[in-house]
Design a protein around this ligand. Structure first.
Ligand code: AMP
Length: 133
């Protein structure tokens, strides 16, 4: 299965688009790569800077990564996220990190990824639902 909303507990799909990018089967606009992470520009940017950072390991979502990744993988991944933000010049003006998890989170690609948004004032965290008051 390559589409649909993944469950955080779903089995890893080796045909998901980010797995294919990691294997070099489809191109990406790479901004950083190291042992633990790959960062590339989102194909449909929502802000002037919109970069995705993904771990090299086969993790469906943040929930999967948090439950199963080694301390070394976690440290390496999050250090790469910080490095990419700094390299993109976002430390001064600021930025937003976001990771969608599963159906309620709106996750579309079932490989854990962090969105890095910057380059403009992003505004409130989450659209306010009418029922939230
Ligand atoms: P999410 O809803 O958090 O799973 O976000 C998936 C993101 O992946 C979306 O922002 C898409 O625009 C982005 N995306 C999908 N395919 C590609 C691709 N081939 N290269 C870069 N970004 C992609």
């Amino acid at each position: 299965m390559t589409t649909g909303t993944p469950s955080p507990a779903a089995a890893y799909d080796d045909q998901n688009v980010f797995a294919r990018i990691l294997r070099g089967e489809i191109p990406c606009r790479k901004v950083h790569e190291d042992e633990f992470a790959l960062a590339f520009h989102d194909i449909n940017p929502q802000t002037p800077v919109h970069v995705l950072v993904i771990p090299k390991g086969r993790w469906v979502s943040f929930a999967d990564f948090a439950a199963g990744a080694s301390a070394q993988e976690m440290a390496g991944f999050w250090r790469a996220v910080g490095l990419v933000a700094r390299q993109l010049g976002l430390d001064g003006p600021g930025y937003r990190l976001l990771s969608n998890v599963g159906a309620d989170g709106g996750q579309e690609v079932p490989h854990f990824h962090v969105h890095l948004f910057g380059g403009r004032r992003i505004g409130r965290m989450v659209p306010k639902a009418p029922e939230a008051g």
